[in-house]
Write a new protein. Structure first.
Length: 194
């Protein structure tokens, strides 16, 4: 049975204060409470398990490095953590694109790595995720961030607004625009429906 909401709110606020004061046990407790949720969020943004694991670890390192900036929103550290994780994933993706461009300049056309040994199920999952992420990648970054926080990570509009440091109305309008754009991009089946 989970603790009552008042206890959890006090607990998160107390945890935030301990974190601000530099208590290493606080970051360990924060990790225990939120790592799974942050990992899922990172996976949705990166579509790669290894990258999601790296991003999750980096998120908690960044939390420790910037512990003086910790923010509690409606009694929860989750919105702030999701904001940190979103920025980490954005930086990881940016770095990955730079790396791929550099490798493309160095690699001869016939020297591409053979990925035949990868597990079939994982490939299928990642391929489906890639299709979704390719569609999401066409969205402007601010709409992508809102979609990831509200739809994929299940944050409320208010929590997403706190994570992104924008008004709630902005979150709502960005999400509406993102959904409209994705619906227009959705492939249609034989019956003509998206």
């Amino acid at each position: 049975m989970s603790p009552p909401e008042d206890t959890m709110t006090q607990s998160e606020a107390a945890l935030a204060e301990r974190l601000r004061l530099g208590d290493p046990e606080a970051v360990a407790e924060l990790f225990d409470r939120h790592a799974d949720r942050i990992h899922r969020h990172c996976f949705r943004l990166t579509a790669d398990r290894a990258d999601a694991e790296d991003a999750t670890a980096t998120t908690f390192l960044e939390v420790w490095r910037h512990r003086h900036r910790v923010q509690v929103h409606d009694g929860s550290l989750a919105p702030w953590l999701h904001g940190v994780a979103t920025n980490v994933c954005r930086n990881l993706t940016r770095g990955r694109r730079r790396h791929l461009r550099a490798v493309a300049r160095l690699t001869a056309p016939g020297d591409q790595p053979d990925h035949a040994d990868r597990v079939g199920e994982r490939l299928d999952t990642e391929r489906r995720m890639r299709v979704v992420l390719d569609a999401v990648a066409t969205l402007p970054p601010h709409e992508r961030d809102v979609l990831a926080l509200v739809v994929w990570s299940g944050l409320s509009y208010e929590a997403a607004a706190a994570a992104l440091e924008v008004p709630v109305g902005t979150v709502r309008s960005r999400l509406s625009r993102a959904r409209r754009r994705l619906t227009a991009l959705a492939p249609t089946d034989a019956g003509g429906t998206p």
